[in-house]
Design a protein around this ligand. Structure first.
Ligand SMILES: [Zn+2]
Length: 174
């Protein structure tokens, strides 16, 4: 990735994963002015700004294709944790009652050739969390079984391509 020094404006390339030690930020030294820089992981920054936007607008509900009312729980935080795949270790906060996962034009982008462009969706309602396959080429699997739709319990995992996601629901911090 390219990093631009905010002291002197010098732009330079950083190779490798600089967010290995800390997923949120990395400390670097500018090769031009030798001053220290803090670089924020762009992946996490994207999601942080996404959730900030969500807090500003009070729209946390939506209507599913089948007419069900979708909404995020008020007192719980819903996250998707990547257990396997290139994005392993990444935690995506779910900030909308319906999110899509796939390779492009989705809420969670997965860099995986086995994953369809729009692969699956997660729909959150008062009844629980529904995982829906969106006619993906390689399918969505829960307990190794291909599903078209499945209710996910807290801690349940599902596989798309080479990626395994785990649903993590926890009480909202006050
Ligand atoms: Zn500099």
């Amino acid at each position: 990735m390219e990093v631009r020094c905010h002291h002197c404006g010098y732009a330079f390339q950083v190779t490798g994963d600089i967010f290995v030690v800390n997923r949120e930020r990395a400390d670097l030294v500018c090769p031009a002015c030798q001053r220290s820089l803090q670089v924020v992981n762009p992946k996490l920054a994207t999601f942080r700004s996404g959730s900030t936007e969500k807090k500003l607008s009070s729209i946390t509900s939506a209507v599913a294709d089948d007419g069900r009312l979708l909404r995020l729980p008020e007192d719980q935080e819903v996250c998707l944790k990547v257990l396997e795949g290139e994005e392993r270790g990444t935690v995506y906060p779910v900030t909308k009652p319906r999110i899509t996962i796939g390779r492009s034009n989705v809420d969670i982008t997965v860099n995986d050739p086995m994953v369809s462009r729009v692969h699956c969706a997660l729909e959150i309602s008062d009844e629980g969390v529904l995982l829906r396959d969106l006619e993906s080429a390689n399918g969505t699997r829960v307990d190794n079984q291909p599903i078209s739709a499945a209710v996910l319990r807290n801690g349940a995992a599902f596989r798309i391509g080479n990626h395994v996601f785990q649903l993590v629901i926890s009480p909202k911090k006050p």
